[in-house]
Design a protein around this ligand. Structure first.
Ligand code: FAD
Length: 470
């Protein structure tokens, strides 16, 4: 490779799409710099399990140093994130979704050029349809079966294409997975491997980018944590919603305090007794509810297992999907970083979650009968029946103290906002783009991987166009 390369930082969901697209559409060589050292996914797709509980337990593909505060009532805790080829796609729960119809419309003028509806997204991602498949009922675990039959008995319609139906306000059914047969798909097979095979792309593992090197407001290259300089004609940042902000902060390109990051808050109702789990799917079914005049604003997620092995507690997650709260990423003088999601900072978000929990009590009652075990609130010994008798304030207090994340961090550097233009280009430096979860103008009311991949594709084409002449 003699010509100055385009560097892609991070080889997660967005990085794979960007690198694969650039390798097809640009004459310049593509170099992917990935902090993680694991090559499993790249070399051997059979190493990719469908179980996200098992994937999460593998330290080689997990980042353990990310501490994040969920709500104002909580102390910072470890945040799940992937590290290595495939990024968080290596450890995620594989649930595909296009979100709700209002999501992209709600982005308004900050939606990227040419993207006005989910049909536009689908056209963009045409090549990835082989990386999705719908789970068969035979693959379900005990919590999936209990959730679906209990919801249907309670009047919620069975719908096995919820992932692809942005208008259905309520339903329950099987999930569509990012999977090829028995293996999780991360976009690496479809996008990264062909680029390497064609000699158009190189992937360097264990390459942690420390900062971008800029001269006269123009990108020159990047500096790795080892001090090594890597020359570049352009840089596309795909380090994730935290990683990209922090790298821009270290490089002095955005301020030390950046406000915007979002996630879906989720509370857990856990079986009192461990249950037998023989399905490889940690999550095989999902429910969608419309609560308090929202549309599809709550997810019910059946977790067949909460730990690796055949016997563990099951859990029902109740997640708020229509989020308005935004948190911040703050870099301190000593180089340390405070990450604060500040979830559920508005009264209306807390109210929706409380109403959702009150509604879920009867569904959980039916699940208890089917599973032969009671459920209790996470980090509290009370049974789920407590939700029916407790005051709104008491429930809110429990939610704020214990709610976790759906691990969908996004929207820390929204398109068309203070730092990026509508094409993902960094406003203050020529030759730098951001193309990962950070750029979503507002977090969609669904599992975000498909939207992240679609945004990455549009931005990559924009980069290809802008760098063609240079
Ligand atoms: C446990 C879990 C479950 C999830 N379940 C689902 C689900 O079921 N469905 C769904 O749609 N979404 C799910 N998600 C979310 C989804 O996986 C993420 O939103 C998506 O992977 C984000 O893509 P990304 O490309 O922005 O970042 P990532 O995929 O996280 O990739 C970022 C990559 O950049 C690398 N990197 C970061 N900084 C640097 C640096 N300075 N130098 C070099 N490399 C760097 C990282 O090592 C990483 O590999 C889940 C996530 C987790 C963690």
């Amino acid at each position: 490779m003699t010509k100055r390369p385009i560097i892609v930082i991070g080889s997660g969901v967005a990085g794979s799409v960007v690198a694969g697209t650039l390798a097809r559409e640009c004459a310049a060589p593509i170099v992917v710099l990935e902090a993680g050292d694991s090559a499993d996914s790249l070399l051997d797709s059979s190493s990719r399990t469908l179980s996200f509980v098992d994937s999460l337990a593998r330290s080689s593909t997990r980042r353990d140093d990310l501490l994040v505060r969920r709500t104002a009532s909580q102390a910072p805790k470890s945040y799940p994130a992937g590290c290595g080829i495939g990024g968080s796609g290596e450890i995620n729960a594989l649930v595909a979704s296009w979100g709700m119809a209002g999501d992209v419309r709600g982005w308004g003028e900050n939606a990227p050029m040419g993207i006005w509806s989910v049909d536009d997204w689908k056209r963009e991602l045409g090549g990835l349809e082989h990386d999705l498949r719908t789970a068969g009922e035979g693959e379900w675990g005990p919590m999936d079966r209990a959730l679906v039959s209990s919801c249907v008995e309670g009047g919620i319609a069975r719908h096995d294409s919820l992932w692809n139906d942005q208008f259905m306000p309520e339903g329950v059914g099987t999930v569509t997975l990012f999977a090829r047969g028995d293996h999780r798909s991360t976009g690496v097979d479809a996008l990264v491997k062909p680029g390497i095979a064609a000699g158009r792309m190189r992937v360097d593992r264990g390459a942690l980018v420390d900062r971008l090197v800029v001269r006269d407001e123009m990108i020159c290259g990047v500096e790795l944590s080892t001090g090594e300089f890597v020359d570049a004609r352009a840089v596309v940042m795909c380090g994730g919603a935290f990683g990209s902000v922090e790298l821009l902060q270290r490089s002095g390109i955005v301020p030390d305090g950046v406000h915007g990051v979002q996630d879906h808050p989720a509370v857990a109702l856990v079986t009192r007794e461990p249950i037998m789990q023989q399905s490889v799917l940690s999550i095989g079914a999902i429910g969608r509810l419309s609560v308090d005049s929202g549309v599809g604003n709550v997810h019910l997620v059946s977790m067949n297992a909460t730990a690796p092995g055949e016997v563990s507690h099951g859990a029902l997650l109740v997640a708020l999907m229509d989020v308005t709260s935004r948190g911040s990423i703050i870099r301190h003088e000593d180089g340390s970083v405070s990450r604060n999601l500040d979830m559920l900072s508005t009264q209306s978000e807390r109210h929706v979650l409380v109403q959702a929990l009150r509604r879920v009590v009867s569904i959980v009652g039916r699940m208890e009968d089917r599973l032969g075990t009671g459920f209790q609130l996470s980090e509290k010994s009370e049974s789920v029946g407590w939700l029916a008798s407790a005051s709104n304030n008491e429930i809110e207090e429990w939610i704020m103290a214990t709610c976790g994340v759906y691990a969908h961090a996004a929207s820390s550097l929204p398109l068309g906002g203070e730092y990026l233009d509508r094409h993902g280009a960094v406003r203050s430096v020529d030759g730098v783009w951001v193309a990962d979860a950070s750029v979503m103008p507002r977090l969609i009311a669904g599992n975000p991987t498909l939207a992240i991949a679609a945004l990455a594709k549009v931005i990559a084409r924009s980069v290809a166009g802008a760098t063609a002449a240079s």
